[in-house]
Design a protein around this ligand. Structure first.
Ligand code: C2E
Ligand code: MG
Ligand code: MG
Length: 640
């Protein structure tokens, strides 16, 4: 067999321990290996070899089998049990005449063997082979370690990527949750919103269809005059109050009641599993009572009331929206009764709501078809020896092609709600100014009853008109086109209109003053009863509401009846009239008593110092033509 070492590249600096008791062998091998640049050590016995390996740490051991103290197999076995030496490859050396047991050699841990006499190339190849093998094994071990380390690093990276992925998923889930929450809840109070309510009503409707005994109700609460809180104390306080209301409501609700905030100053309650309608009634009363208690917020004592509409969930409803429509109608009715009322829905209200809708439609047509007309009611100076005409109040009438004359009490509120009051009010302004100018022209004739009299035309302005930016420019245009001077006019607005537009009112009123238009507070005594505005705004006249003149209060429908009441104002009303007259005097204002129907009332008003009177006692509202005749008659009487 020919062995070549040229293709092998053993680590030339490799350390080799030769163990043999024969010096010749030792010498031969040492020479052979040293020539190949191996670092060689020698041991002449097994014992010495076992000691030498501890310090020398060879890369390979050439081990003789037959030795006097410990034989090679035994040495090898011991080397393999020591962790320091167990990985050193051992090549056995055997003489041809040795009894060489290959099985024992390999099983004791040897990796190869060389037989004597040595053939140099064979020895070198076998040595190089083993060293290469060891080196390759070490490389494999190192590669394995590196691989393991890389796997470990990668695992770490993956784990951290996984962790950040999990975090991202968690964040997304919570963002989604938040979005979902936002979609179904109100930001301010965190109460469920209208969308949420619709789904809940839908579920309740489903249940009522499968369980005939199941009853539920929806309550719609709207704060009365909440705008006033926002306007006077600011929106932050308004928000605080809304939260406090929500809290108070939540405290009253039974376990089966759920509170919602659809928006603004509105709240809704879904009451499930109700045993009888009385239960709902009790709850609405409780709510009205609880909310009538003052709220103490940031040093303010606040009072607020709510109006409540109620609708019972019934099987006839198909859609949740239908219940909301009805509860809204009920709320509207509750509001119409004044502050702090509740009203349950009744199907008849549908007809009323429908009628409102029809009226709105018909009013639009009435504007186009010019079905509106103005009538005029004289306002009399009652302080002189005999009463004389001090002005007129222009009052609108609607001549409906089918229903005849419709009272403004029936259509003005709807016109205000729908915004139709703007074009209607514009027409009233134009028409009243045109009529005033016409009477001015007539009054240039000494024969005309108004000759040289400083009378005024009073015109009612609605809240919407008053808060409309266009009021002053529109007015200028009318004054310009009719040729009327502003000082001929007096505008009547209610306390509510003034208070609800306190901010913009200043500018509008300044504009009116500039044009020397006077301002009267209409229906005084029925509104806010907050007198603070009197010194803030340039009010010229207080019109004391007619409800204080002839108890019981008369309805507008009574205007058409010819009978007049003989009753004089009762003590309580008298005191109010007196207070109003005195108040007006203190503020440099004059007073008009509305609804003067009897001589007794007139006499009392005169005594109290009321400046003007208006009412059926003098005249009902008349058309301009009728008014001309009436003026003529009054003039005749005065002359007589
Ligand atoms: P108002 O401004 O307080 O008008 C006085 C109302 O009292 C008028 O009712 C008048 O006809 C009635 N009245 C006058 N004297 C007596 C009396 O002795 N006894 C009784 N029982 N009633 C008397 P009318 O014309 O039905 O108007 C009702 C309300 O409609 C008005 O109250 C006013 O608020 C509103 N209105 C009328 N015309 C207009 C208008 O052109 N524009 C606006 N925005 N509102 C108007
Ligand atoms: Mg009026
Ligand atoms: Mg009035």
């Amino acid at each position: 067999m020919v062995f070549t070492s040229s293709h092998l590249s053993p680590k030339s600096s490799a350390k080799i321990l030769i163990v043999d008791d024969k010096i010749d062998n030792l010498n031969l091998l040492t020479t052979m290996l040293s020539a190949e640049q191996y670092e060689v050590r020698r041991a002449v016995s097994g014992k010495i070899a076992l000691q030498a390996v501890q310090g020398f740490q060879p890369d390979l051991i050439l081990l003789d089998i037959t030795m006097p103290d410990i034989n090679g197999y035994e040495v090898c076995k011991q080397l393999k049990t020591d962790p320091v030496t167990q990985n050193i490859p051992v090549i056995f050396i055997s003489a041809l005449n040795d009894v060489f047991d290959k099985v024992t050699a390999f099983s004791s841990g040897g990796v190869d063997y060389i037989t004597k006499p040595f053939e140099i190339s064979e020895v070198l190849v076998r040595v190089a082979n083993q060293l290469n093998l060891t080196a390759a094994r070490a490389e494999v071990v190192q590669l394995n370690q590196e691989l393991e380390q890389r796997v470990e690093e990668r695992t770490c990276q993956l784990q951290s990527a996984n962790a950040s992925l999990e975090e991202e998923v968690r964040q997304r889930q919570s963002a989604q949750e938040e979005l979902r929450h936002k979609a179904f809840h109100d930001d301010l109070t965190d109460l469920p919103n209208r969308t949420y309510l619709l789904t809940e009503i839908e579920a309740a409707l489903e249940l009522s269809k499968t369980q005939p005994d199941y009853q539920f109700a929806v309550l719609f609460l709207d704060c009365d005059r909440f705008k006033l809180v926002n306007d006077s104390l600011g929106h932050a306080m308004g928000d605080q109050l809304l939260m406090a209301i929500a809290q108070r409501l939540a405290g009253i609700l039974p376990p089966d009641g759920k509170l919602f905030r659809p928006g603004g100053d509105e709240f809704m309650v879904l009451l499930r599993h109700i045993a009888c309608p009385l239960q709902v009634e009790t709850l609405t009363e409780q709510i009205l009572e609880q909310l009538s208690q003052p709220f103490y917020l940031s040093g303010h004592e606040l009072y607020i009331t709510v109006s409540i509409g109620v609708a019972l969930g019934e099987q006839r409803y198909d859609q949740p929206e239908d219940i909301l429509r009805d509860v809204d109608t009920a709320l509207y009715q509750a509001k119409a009764q004044g502050k702090a009322h509740s009203q349950a829905f009744h199907p008849k209200m549908h007809q009323r709501a429908l009628r409102r809708l029809q009226l709105e439609h018909q009013m639009r047509r009435a504007i186009r078809e010019q079905e509106f007309a103005l009538v005029y009611q004289p306002i009399m100076d009652i302080q002189g020896e005999s009463e004389s005409v001090a002005g007129f109040e222009a009052l609108i009438r609607w001549h409906h092609p089918k229903h005849g004359w419709v009272s403004p009490d029936d259509f003005i509120p709807i016109a205000e709600e729908t915004g139709l009051i703007i074009p209607i009010g514009q027409w009233v302004l134009e028409e009243a100014c045109r009529q005033a100018r016409q009477w001015e022209i007539c009054a240039q004739d000494p024969a005309f009853p108004l000759y040289q009299k400083p009378w005024k035309m009073s015109i009612n302005l609605s809240v919407k008109q008053f808060s409309c930016n266009n009021l002053i420019p529109a007015l200028d245009e009318i004054l310009e086109s009719t040729g009327l001077q502003g000082d001929r006019l007096k505008f009547e607005i209610t306390e509510t209109a003034l208070m609800e537009n306190a901010d913009s009112a200043q500018t509008v009123l300044a504009g009116l003053k500039q044009r020397r238009i006077e301002l009267a507070i209409d229906d005084f005594g029925t509104g806010y009863s907050s007198l603070s505005y009197l010194h803030r705004f340039p009010v010229d006249t207080l019109k004391i509401d007619r409800c204080f003149m002839t108890p019981p209060v008369k309805s507008a429908a009574e205007e058409s009846s010819t009978s007049t009441s003989n009753a004089a104002p009762n003590d309580h009303d008298l005191r109010i009239i007196k207070a109003a007259v005195n108040l007006a005097r203190d503020f440099g204002m004059d007073t008009v008593a509305e609804g003067v129907e009897t001589e007794e009332v007139l006499a009392q008003l005169k005594i109290m110092g009321c400046t003007y009177g208006q009412g059926y006692y003098f005249s009902k509202p008349l058309s301009s033509h009728e008014m001309n005749q009436w003026l003529g008659r009054v003039e005749q009487q005065a002359i007589a």
